[in-house]
Design a protein around this ligand. Structure first.
Ligand SMILES: *Cc1c(COP(=O)(O)O)cnc(C)c1O
Length: 239
């Protein structure tokens, strides 16, 4: 079997995505370095993570807990990968919180207090605090995860009291395929909540919005972390 994702290809894609971010940052008169890139590697082979790592990427996002833990274990035995920062961005059930608290540095998908409490209680004491974002349902679709927008501030406040967590900000996903203008409105709603939470509560610094197709819109709305999969790794294999 050949690996169809050469390091040079990974490097090219990474440079292209970084250039898109840089152009969007400049367009909105923001500072270079304001927007971090999270490489979404869900359903992608570990070889692709290694290729992107070799190109300089360090933060990776995964959706499925078991798949992620397998990858973390596979790469974790190799000393050069110990500086990877692992982010969980997919829905989190309460029976999976322990393994997440033990293996990740970030969770973007906290949408209720019970999950935050479990993550805090189960975070091993020898590790730094677990960074979390509150996921807000900005599309209003009943099928989507995330807390209702009008509960987000209270949830940020409550989570900020938990000893083993570092509350970093908010995460959102727009309804897919609705066009730039409607996407902009949904992102802006989250950016407004972010500003409100930031003034009401301790320093939060992360607005996690923007994916392969809408990262420019997200940066225009104040994104500080874009979560990009397809544009970095190519199409995802079906599970
Ligand atoms: C899959 C996924 C992404 C990346 O989407 P792309 O369109 O492939 O860039 C970002 N965020 C979340 C929460 C995802 O599930």
């Amino acid at each position: 079997m050949t690996v169809s994702f050469e390091p040079s290809q990974a490097c090219e894609r990474l440079v292209r995505v970084q250039a898109r971010i840089a152009a969007a940052v400049q367009q909105s008169n923001r500072q270079p370095g304001d927007v971090h890139l999270l490489a979404v590697s869900k359903l992608q082979a570990t070889e692709k993570i290694r290729a992107l790592y070799a190109a300089g990427q360090r933060a990776f996002g995964e959706n499925y807990v078991q798949e992620a833990v397998d990858k973390i274990a596979a790469l974790g035995v190799l000393p050069q990968y110990t500086d990877i920062e692992w982010h969980l961005i997919g829905p989190l059930q309460s029976n999976k919180t322990r393994v997440v608290a033990e293996n990740f540095q970030w969770v973007h998908s906290v949408d209720r207090l019970k999950i935050a409490e479990r993550l805090s209680a189960q975070r091993p004491a020898h590790l730094p605090r677990l960074n979390i974002c509150i996921q807000v349902n900005i599309s209003g679709e009943a099928s989507k995860s995330g807390c209702p927008p009008d509960e987000a501030i209270a949830l940020v406040k409550a989570a900020s009291q938990l000893p083993q967590l570092a509350i970093r900000g908010l995460m959102g996903m727009p309804e897919p395929g609705i066009g730039d203008e409607a996407t902009y409105r949904q992102f802006l709603m989250l950016a407004t909540l972010f500003a409100e939470a930031r003034s009401a509560i301790a320093p939060i610094d992360t607005l996690s919005i923007g994916m392969s197709d809408d990262l420019e819109v997200a940066v225009a709305c104040g994104s500080t972390m874009v979560r990009v999969g397809t544009a970095l790794f190519g199409a995802r294999p079906t599970p």
